[in-house]
Ligand binder design. Sequence first.
Ligand SMILES: [Zn+2]
Length: 555
Amino acid sequence: MLLDVHGHPSIDRSRLPDLIAALERWDARLLLADLGASDGGWLHDPEVPHWRSGNELCAAVVAQHPDRFFGYCYVNPKHPREALDEMEQRLNGQRDLFGALKLWVALRCDDRRLDPLMEFCAAYEVPVLQHTWVKAGPAGPGSGNLPGESTPDDLLRLARRHPRVRFFGGHTGGDWEWGIAAMKQVDNIWLDIAGGDATGGYMEAALRAVGAGRIVYGTDVTGRSVTSQLAKVLAVDLPAADRDRILWRNAVDILGERLPAAWRAAFARGGASGEPRLPEVPPGGYVDANAFLGDWPGRRLYGTPPPAQADLVPERLARMDALGIRRAAVSLLDATWLKDAGVANAELAALVRTAPQRLFPVYTLNPIFPAWAEHFERCRSAYGLAPGTGALRLFPAYHGYRLDDPAVDACLERAAAAGLPVVLTWQLEDARMQGAAMQAPDLEAGAVAALAARHPGLRLVVTGAIGSQIRATARGLPGESRVWFDLSRVQGPIDALRGLCREVGEAHLLFGTNTPLHVAASPVLEIADAVAAGLAPAAAAAVRYGNAAAALGLE
Ligand SMILES: [Zn+2]
């Protein structure tokens, strides 16, 4: 059972049944904030009629589906008098529909105009969900934020001024390392894990800093999926009691009498179930089309200090075994930052040689580096690279070239002539949380589709694209393309995998994890959820392992 403290209805009202079905599959109840209005979508700095209308729509949805939804009152604190009136009407007048306050990006939350609102929340024991993010930008961390968008530092100042108010720290700051470091300094902010990618190391860092009693489950549906956000919790081996605290018990305690009586009764019956858990390994297991060995300069991915090179393969095999991943196509993460990819390829060849039945080497080429052809030949002659034994990989954004550079075409022609598939790295982490000195933009759908069209004989595996980027790329591809996409960053909206199967075709989709930058539990749960929602088991098996044979020669 789940109590999700952070979700929004789709602007497209016809999608509401899909959201309800997704919540029912996971026995989830959702605190809902409607940031839209009848006359338009979400506005960053809405006028009074707009947010009032959003609350009206929220009230209607909650009244219709009281078993699944309970409301946030949403206001813009730039209009404090009207906001207080609205809070009085919704939070005191409609206690059966609204139980907490949602603040978004209209005004940075350390602004004094929030103070009367917070005094109301303290007086009436109303919890507050405050959105926070620290977006990478040209002038350093946070400079990519919207003008009124709060950082975790802003929320820390607000929480110190109002120690009696209990806050959900929205998205744990988005850049969660930043968010955890700020929010742990007070005891009246709970880390809301909603939104953002299911990245490796997140839950471990949160547990180290604040413990299971200060973390609350949230998703940011419908933009994000239930599965990707749940994966953040289920990726970590936790005692059942701690899992319950994160997944519902903490939020039940914080909302207290504010929760509907029927919900309080349901959660009281729930007991220490420790559910949900990761699914059983399905027949055939998984083949991972997108994984890495090695370390990352921006974040310790395996704890600190990082493990020795000799421990990388045993550690990885244990992780794969735990989830039923039979084989994985692996590259060396260090290859993204080394100018001379030949160094990384030699190290990768040595690592893979220790577990050749499990690991499938994907060597890195940098087509603009003067020695790329020499690197290519060394992979073939010294490391035994041939069709069915490995693949090649490009990192255009990290190595700094455009896809229409003639050097790229020359390199891909060589790969196609040798019958070798090429993995094209769209992105490795959410660009909004990249380090200040290491920003690599996403690729462009049109450029990827054009590249595929110029090389119709080449097998191209695109990794780390999100759902909308996959759809945009697929729309530009010719009918008979030999292009596949991995699922590692397909983490929303709800039902994203079934949507991609319809629009892109399941024959073009691959199970991929982007381990260790992301958690493998996310695509595992995404596929299980799609099957529960009606995806044909044969289609799921093709995505889990079958398609990797055609795409990579990886059986
Ligand atoms: Zn949200």
